[in-house]
Ligand binder design. Structure first.
Ligand code: TYM
Length: 330
């Protein structure tokens, strides 16, 4: 039997290099070797972006960018989270076996409290429960995610294990990261600290045109240190991390040697980095612009994918409810 792989992206704006390398890398192999589910987490987006003006447009944006990045509706099930109500029902049930204490300790929740003290909604607290429902509703084995989602995935395993032991069944598999065994990726931002993120304004988007990509990379924060063998500052480390992800190894080594010798010219390094980013993103940009215009392709993809996702989700939910003791009155 093929393993089940599931991946989600929130509909909060355009996809950036972090999303691409965190969640979509290896997608050709992934789609050929597994039963894949890819979805747009529009319910999750409501925890931070409750704006009806662009709610639907944002879903279409992520959908077009997913497809442009290489997801194939002939091979994978592509759907929208809110169109599969079984996920929300499992989420309600799962809230009964997740504990407030463990949810309050989640790093992403603590960070949101710190950054947005004016909107600490219950959806943020139970965010990992909804995410676990997304994964467990298809009884997925593998989940491609970046480093930032590691804790959520660990919590999903805890919830799966807890259900299995509470009800003395072996029902939910414990999902692993898709690249389990090797390190999960964290693509840093261009502003010198932290990860690349949609709301941080520090990213290169897949839809950016060449001029924008070059401008962003050339403006990336570095330092003025040119003494040989100096300890690398955070912004420079980050630039090398991005280069290690997008550029050939020889290029990274060349600039590392230049750095150690104290003769690095960041302008040259950034130019090479921008070239390599453009090689990856510009063909995707072309496809995004085409696909975005093809309304029929977008709606056919979602209608077809959602029907398949609901079938799989309904089968799981039926079993879960049976295990929990729900019975029909008919
Ligand atoms: P979101 O939309 O924040 O990110 C989507 C995916 O992109 C990865 N990612 C990164 N990876 C490496 N470096 C970065 N700078 C970077 N930024 C984002 C994220 O790790 C993620 O894999 N909670 C999820 C959405 C979700 C989900 C799920 C994912 C909801 N349900 C079920 C997998 C399975 C999120 O915040 O995505």
């Amino acid at each position: 039997m093929k393993e089940i792989v599931l991946s989600g992206i929130r509909s909060t704006g355009n996809l950036h290099l972090g999303n691409y390398f965190g969640a979509l890398r290896n997608f050709i192999k992934m789609q050929n070797e597994n039963r894949c589910y890819f979805f747009i987490a529009d319910l999750h987006s409501l925890t931070t972006h409750p704006n009806p003006e662009n709610f639907h447009e944002n879903v279409k944006t992520v959908l077009s960018e997913y497809l442009a990045a290489g997801l194939d509706p002939e091979k994978s099930v592509i759907f929208v989270q809110s169109l599969v109500p079984e996920i929300s029902e499992l989420y309600t049930l799962m809230n009964m076996w997740s504990y407030v204490g463990e949810l309050e300790r989640t790093a992403s929740f603590k960070e949101k409290i710190r950054k947005h003290p004016d909107n600490i909604n219950a959806g943020l607290l139970t965010y990992p429960v909804l995410m676990a429902s997304d994964i467990l509703i298809h009884r997925a084995h593998k989940v491609p995610v970046g480093k930032d989602q590691e804790q959520h995935l660990e919590m999903t395993r805890v919830f799966a294990r807890r259900f299995n032991s509470m009800y003395k069944v072996d029902f939910f598999p414990e999902p692993a990261a898709y690249n389990f065994g090797s390190e999960l990726v964290k693509v840093p931002g261009l502003d010198g600290s932290g990860k690349m993120g949609k709301s941080e304004g520090n990213g290169v988007y897949l839809v950016d045109d060449e001029k924008t990509v070059r401008k962003k990379v050339m403006r990336a924060v570095t330092d003025s240190n040119t003494s040989p063998n100096a300890e690398m500052s955070e912004p420079v480390k980050n630039l090398f991390t991005i280069m290690e992800i997008v550029s050939p190894l020889e290029k990274v080594e060349y600039f590392k040697e230049q750095y150690s010798a104290g003769s690095i010219r960041y302008g040259d390094m950034k130019k090479e980095l921008a070239d390599d980013i453009c090689k990856i993103t510009l063909p995707i940009r072309e496809r995004i612009l085409e696909i975005r215009e093809n309304g029929k392709y977008l709606s056919d993809t979602v209608i077809n994918g959602t029907a398949q996702a609901r079938e799989s989700a309904a089968a799981t939910l039926k079993e879960v409810k049976k295990i929990m003791g729900f019975k029909s009155f008919r």
